[in-house]
Design a protein around this ligand. Structure first.
Ligand code: G3P
Length: 222
């Protein structure tokens, strides 16, 4: 069994920028080495390049546009994140929703650059739709629980179960993550026991005074 992925989205939290992004990456790399678990981070675009160069853990972009290099001011394309050293990108996060056509373009652009596509969804129906685009991962996050401190694993295990089934009915090779309110080893264990390949989380790690302690707890029941 490959190790589950624990992916920490730093969003645009002040506590996840600049030096603090480096501190969280340091904690993630330490706990990944101690535990043998794969722990990745998704910093803002400004921090992407330095983190890729200073750390060996997987570093993901929070968004990518499907556009080709050229005259597209303000866009961030797959070439740019590949040059920066990223492992892949989130696509269609609840806080950065895209049209279906845009999601497809982003997934294709990532895959053309051998980058990993993690398409975020909000329920089992959109999880099935995202699976038709054959990303490497689908990440189901009920928006109402994001940042709430209430874990999807405990509040809505049914949405995880249904999403895993919906994704695997389309393509059993696609991996499934879940997120929203994930904060403990117990939340991670429930998610993995329900058939996911890991979790996507933010506030419990980013806002903690001791990110390494939270990460150690997150991986403690794997
Ligand atoms: O991308 C992860 C995220 O949306 C979940 O956020 O703060 O509920 O862990 P949080």
């Amino acid at each position: 069994m490959p190790s589950p992925l624990i992916l920490v989205n730093l969003k645009t939290y002040k506590e996840g920028m600049g030096n603090r992004a480096h501190q969280i990456a340091t904690a993630a790399q330490l706990v990944a080495r101690e535990s043998g678990t794969t722990i990745g981070i998704a910093p803002n675009f400004i921090d992407l390049h330095p983190l890729c160069h200073h750390f060996t853990i997987p570093v993901y972009a929070q968004h990518v546009d499907g556009s080709e290099p050229g005259a597209h001011t303000g866009q961030i394309n797959a070439d740019a994140i590949k040059f920066a050293g990223a492992t892949g990108s989130l696509v269609n996060h609840s806080e950065r929703r895209l049209t279906l056509a845009d999601i497809e373009a982003s997934v294709r652009a990532l895959q053309a650059h051998k980058l990993i596509a993690i398409v975020c969804t909000n329920n089992d129906i959109t999880s099935a739709a995202a699976s038709a685009l054959s990303p490497e991962y689908v990440a189901i996050e009920p928006p109402e629980l994001i940042g709430s401190g209430v874990s999807v694993s405990k509040a809505n295990p049914e949405i995880i179960r249904k999403s895993v089934a919906a994704v695997h009915a389309i393509n059993p090779k696609i991996k499934v993550l879940t997120g929203a309110g994930i904060q403990s080893g117990e939340c991670v264990k429930i998610a993995v026991d329900l058939g996911t390949d890991g979790v996507l989380l933010a506030s419990s790690v980013v806002k903690s005074a001791d990110p390494a302690a939270v990460l150690r707890d997150l991986v403690s029941k794997l």
